[in-house]
Each structure stands twice: as structure tokens, then as C-alpha cells.
Write a protein that binds this ligand. Structure first.
Ligand code: A2P
Length: 344
């Protein structure tokens, strides 16, 4: 059987990784259809040594003959076009937030809940938020051993979580501000005037920005609530208590999350390390940093510490490449599972 795979958002930061992973993992496909906005239509991108012309998503027959469509072009685009791809006969794996909480759409972390794929009723499978994704692997391993009840999590999220434009903005701010290293010490507010921001909520270079997304009436942002709602759905723990804080840090690629997790059972650092070791896609390291793990497929946990107050609680630091496990890698893993199971 011949198989056609479409990549929607092929020119973006995640799209670039999707193309690379489909190539290096020898994903079983006979044709690749690269799709982006009208701005990119007609340009060419390399795939397996050939130059492939980019199509505009608005072309009427753009999904004709497509078996699997990997979407990473933002929520609005997915909301509008994923159903069109399904109508044309494709199974969609969507990397946006558009479909994640739909009861008829499975939300899958390949190593955590692959069996939920059986619930693919709308023809759409959702890929979780990149920060949630990173936390899911250790939390699943620990839940299986100790019974997870509560998570208090603070993220340290890379600029690349906001796409290529998020990376470009950070780099250009860093270039602007490096000229003003004296002001970075003596008058930070004036230093900030030497650059500008649009993508991130404030100047990100040489800074930390404690707001990602739009706050609700209680002050929690949509990005933060994804951590609560998606964790509950993926782990099948509908009452899981989650208190999230999301912070943007001047890292190009690689999200980190500091987690305090509380369990039904008592937990020690040794028993926690034992529970996590050997979990697929998860490694333990002394001092994992986002930079050191950028470009790597594995999620990595470090600084595993017993809590100072509660013998049922554990503190740890987890790092994962937001463009790979946090986005493109898990998307391709889901597509591989669909092929293995004969669903697409
Ligand atoms: P384009 O490059 O043509 O704008 P990133 O997350 O790195 O910013 O990438 C976003 C991806 O989504 C790009 O490939 C971009 O294509 C694509 N995209 C954004 N908006 C649309 C749209 N309205 N229709 C189709 N593709 C879109």
C-alpha cells in the first residue's frame, strides 16, 4: 500500500524537525506533501535528497490522497483545516491545542498512554503541550509506583516554545543588549529600551518572564491550565491536583520543569530513582540542563530530592527538548503507532 504523509506548517521550527525525523527514522511513506501558508507556497524544501515544493494550505485539493497529516501550524489553522484533512480521508496528528481536550480526540504521549489511541473517533489525535509532555514521563513512572495525587510545577520554558519567531526575537534582543552590558547591571529598565519585544510578554534576553499566555480571572494563564487539564487526561487521573506556574527563560531550545509531586504512598529519593530508571524515553542525570539536552530525543530527570516537609512528596527537575519530545518527535511517534496498529 502506498502512503502519503502531509506536514502542515512544514516551514516552521517544529515542521523542520518533523521533516528531519520522518527522514532519519525512515518513516514508511511513499510521498511527502509539504504545506504552509500562502507566503511559502512555491518555495522548495529538501527531503531525502529531493527538493519538494511547498503547497498553500488554501489550495482546494491540498489533502487529496493524504493518509496521515501532521499539523503544526497553530490552533486556529488546526481548528479550521484538520476536519478538512479528515474529510479527505487522512488521519490527523495535531500538535496545536485546538483538539486536545475534545473527549473524542485521544491525547497521547507515546510512552505513557499509547492504548488511548483506540479512542480515535474523529480521525484526529492530539499531541500534548510541550511542557506537559516533558513532565508526563517521570510522573507516569512515579504514579505507577506510588500513586500520584498532587503536582506543584514551575516551568522554565525556552523561547523556541513560541516557534521560530520566538527564537529569532530572543537572539535579536541578545544582540541588541550585549552592547549595553553596563546598563544590564546599573539600570535594567533603560537597557530594555535598547530592544523590543512582540512575541514574548517582556524582553526575554538576560531576563526571565513569568507569564506565558493569557491569564484567566484568577491570574492563571491558558498555558498554565494546559498543565493541569492535559496531565489529568493523559494520566487518566481526573481529580489530580495541579498548581502550575509557567516562566519563559532565555534558552533557545529545551524546556525544564521543577516538580513537587505528592503521592498516596511514601516515597524516597532512591525508590523514586528506581521507579524512573528504565522507563522508555526517560534518563536520569546529575545536573541536566536544557542546553546540554537540546537536540536529544530523551527526557531527563535530575536533582531528585525527598521533600523537607512531607514523606509522601518528592522534588525533581525534568528537562526535554520542546521541539523534539515536546513536539515533533512525539508527533512522529504517534504516527508510527498509527501505522503499527493499522489505523493509518
Ligand atoms: P509560513 O512559514 O508560510 O508562515 P513557527 O511555529 O515556527 O512560527 O511555524 C509556524 C508554521 O505554521 C509555519 O510553517 C507557517 O508557515 C505555518 N502557518 C502559520 N499560519 C498558517 C496559516 N494560516 N496557514 C498555513 N500555514 C500556516
Amino acid at each position: 500500500m502506498s502512503r502519503t504523509v502531509a506536514v502542515v506548517g512544514a516551514t516552521g521550527a517544529v515542521g523542520r524537525e518533523l521533516r528531519r525525523l520522518l527522514e532519519i527514522r525512515s518513516f514508511p511513506l511513499d510521498e511527502i506533501r509539504l504545506i504552509a501558508s500562502e507566503r511559502s507556497a512555491g518555495t522548495a524544501l529538501a527531503f531525502k535528497g529531493s527538493e519538494i515544493t511547498v503547497h498553500a494550505l488554501t489550495e482546494p485539493d491540498v489533502f487529496d490522497g493524504v493518509d496521515i497529516a501532521l499539523f503544526s501550524a497553530g490552533g486556529t489553522t488546526s481548528k479550521q483545516y484538520a476536519p478538512k484533512a479528515v474529510d479527505a480521508g487522512a488521519t490527523v496528528v495535531d500538535n496545536s491545542s485546538a483538539w486536545r481536550m475534545d473527549a473524542d480526540v485521544p491525547l497521547i504521549v507515546a510512552e505513557v498512554n499509547p492504548d488511548a489511541l483506540a479512542g480515535v473517533r474523529k480521525g484526529i489525535v492530539a499531541n500534548p503541550n510541550c511542557t506537559t509532555m516533558v513532565a508526563m514521563l517521570p510522573l507516569k513512572a512515579l504514579h505507577d509506583a506510588f500513586g500520584l495525587e498532587q503536582v506543584i510545577a514551575t516551568s522554565y520554558q525556552a523561547a523556541g516554545g513560541a516557534g521560530q519567531k520566538g527564537i529569532d526575537e530572543l537572539i535579536s534582543q541578545a544582540r541588541d543588549l550585549i552592547e549595553h552590558s553596563d546598563l544590564l547591571i546599573s539600570d535594567g529598565a533603560r537597557a530594555m529600551e535598547a530592544t523590543s519585544h512582540e512575541v514574548h510578554a517582556s524582553v526575554l534576553a538576560f531576563n526571565a518572564v513569568p507569564r506565558i499566555g493569557t491569564p484567566d480571572e484568577r491570574g492563571y494563564t491558558d498555558e498554565e491550565m494546559k498543565l493541569q487539564n492535559e496531565s489529568r487526561k493523559i494520566l487518566g487521573l481526573l481529580d489530580l491536583e495541579v498548581v502550575p506556574t509557567c516562566v519563559r527563560v532565555p534558552v533557545v531550545v529545551g524546556h525544564a520543569v521543577q516538580v513537587r509531586a505528592r503521592f498516596a504512598e511514601k516515597v524516597t529519593a532512591d525508590s523514586a530513582r528506581e521507579a524512573m530508571s528504565g522507563f522508555p524515553g526517560l534518563l536520569l542525570d546529575e545536573l541536566p540542563t536544557p542546553l546540554a539536552w537540546a537536540g536529544r530525543n530523551e527526557t531527563v530527570v535530575g536533582r531528585v530530592r525527598e521533600d523537607l516537609i512531607d514523606p509522601h512528596a518528592l522534588n525533581f527537575w525534568v528537562v526535554g527538548d520542546n521541539l523534539l519530545k515536546g513536539a515533533a518527535l512525539n508527533t512522529v511517534q504517534i504516527a508510527e503507532l498509527l501505522v503499527e496498529r493499522g489505523t493509518a
